[in-house]
Write a protein that binds this ligand. Structure first.
Ligand SMILES: Cc1cc2nc3c(=O)[nH]c(=O)nc-3n(C[C@H](O)[C@H](O)[C@H](O)COP(=O)(O)O)c2cc1C
Length: 372
């Protein structure tokens, strides 16, 4: 059995270990974080289609609103935000990632948008790495910040690690990530997910911060969403297929051998984001739509399909890697596109955009039609 409360007791008395985690474990976790960042920036890690190309917002030739006064403000879990754009969880956990998180945090503060940090496992294993996460709160003092922990670490270490992750960055919410495909392909991945739903329910029970369950690129089905709501999560980030593809990232990392072929085989695996969004909206909310959103019109489509926030990772990472100015430019462009899409659907607010009509065509239409 796992000791949810401590996790630490599993390897008592081993001088090589600190809190049940070897020095080698810590180094591996940290260097993996840097690998992911570099691989995502330097390689083609996007794959497939999110389904947003199959969605068309119905044009309104007589919008009866003023483009200059369109209001993109949002509310999420009670927090006011200036726009529905959410900087999805990406990084931290290696000293070289600190500057990227600083740039992302500055942008979050400047634009009044929400931001997630990458998995905090590395800093929970080795507090010397906390700076790469605390930099986010330092530079985004008023932003809606989400902590991040994998569901396997939650099962292994219990609510104590969740609390520490939230406290580390004074977060308003905790994202618990679910990434079975990545774990299966990653050479050092955790293959046993038994007991994870119980661990999540245990955390949510009486938790003093909202817990968001999030996929990282393979999507969430209606069935899984119902289990997550029953476990007590406050929101779901669907993290659908069609953007950053973890089979591709881990294939790149593995370089040679069986894991490369396994990654290759699963490149197509997952629920396209638009499909996952429509499915999960039918089960409840609030929902963050992430996975392959690449423009302000994708954001508008996601809101029209029922999302509250629109998460983006890779496009913002690429901006941040170039520098503060490039990131600001990327976000301004996304917002300009979102505003025009709102204008041309006659939506003065996001609430009105949420009622905008869509045509659902192509494969997305077919999948959703056969679902009904
Ligand atoms: C470099 C990189 C690192 C990521 N690390 C994490 C992570 O630690 N925890 C997590 O929940 N999601 C992580 N993600 C997944 C993103 O939050 C997001 O769900 C996914 O990339 C899909 O969005 P995109 O297509 O806009 O990139 C990471 C994404 C990238 C690009």
């Amino acid at each position: 059995m796992h000791n949810r409360e401590t996790g630490y007791e599993r390897h008592p008395g081993n001088p090589q270990r600190s809190g049940g985690i070897t020095i080698e474990d810590r180094k591996r976790t940290s260097s993996r974080k840097k690998d992911h960042l570099l691989i995502c920036c330097d390689n083609a890690v996007e794959y497939g289609t999110s389904g947003f190309n199959d969605i068309r917002l119905v044009h309104n030739a007589l919008p009866e609103c003023n483009l200059n006064t369109i209001d993109t403000s949002a509310r999420f879990l009670g927090h006011p935000l200036k726009s529905p754009l959410f900087i999805a969880a990406m990084t931290g956990g290696h000293p070289d990632t600190t500057e990227v998180n600083r740039r992302l945090a500055c942008a979050a503060e400047r634009f009044g948008i929400g931001i997630g940090v990458g998995s905090q496992r590395a800093a929970l294993e080795n507090p010397d790495l906390e700076d790469s996460f605390t930099v986010v709160r330092e530079h985004a003092p008023s932003a809606f910040v989400c902590a991040n922990l994998g569901i396997i670490q939650l099962r292994e270490h219990g609510p104590e690690w969740a609390d520490r992750a939230v406290e580390m960055i004074d977060a308003q919410a905790l994202c618990v990530h679910l990434n079975p495909l990545q774990e299966a392909i990653q050479p050092e991945g955790d293959r046993n997910l038994d007991g994870c739903l119980d661990a999540l329910a245990h955390l949510c029970d009486g938790c003093r911060y909202p817990v968001i369950a999030k996929e990282t690129g393979s999507g969430i089905s209606a069935e899984t969403a119902r289990k997550l709501w029953s476990a007590g999560v406050a929101a779901i980030d669907i993290g659908g297929f069609g953007g950053t593809n973890w089979a591709a990232v881990e294939r790149e990392r593995a370089k040679t051998g069986e894991q490369v072929r396994l990654g290759e085989h699963f490149l197509e695996w997952g629920i396209p984001t638009a499909v996952s969004l429509v499915e999960v909206v039918r089960t409840g909310g609030p929902i963050i739509a992430t996975g392959g959103l690449r423009s302000g019109t994708d954001m508008a489509k996601a809101i029209a399909l029922g999302a509250e926030l629109c998460g983006m990772a890779l496009p913002l990472l690429k901006g941040a890697m170039q520098g503060d100015e490039a990131l600001i430019h990327t976000i301004e462009e996304l917002h300009a596109q979102l505003r025009v899409a709102m204008f041309c659907t006659g939506s003065k607010t996001l609430t009105e955009l949420g009622r905008a009509r869509t045509y659902i065509t192509g494969t997305t239409g077919q999948i959703l039609h056969t679902e009904e």
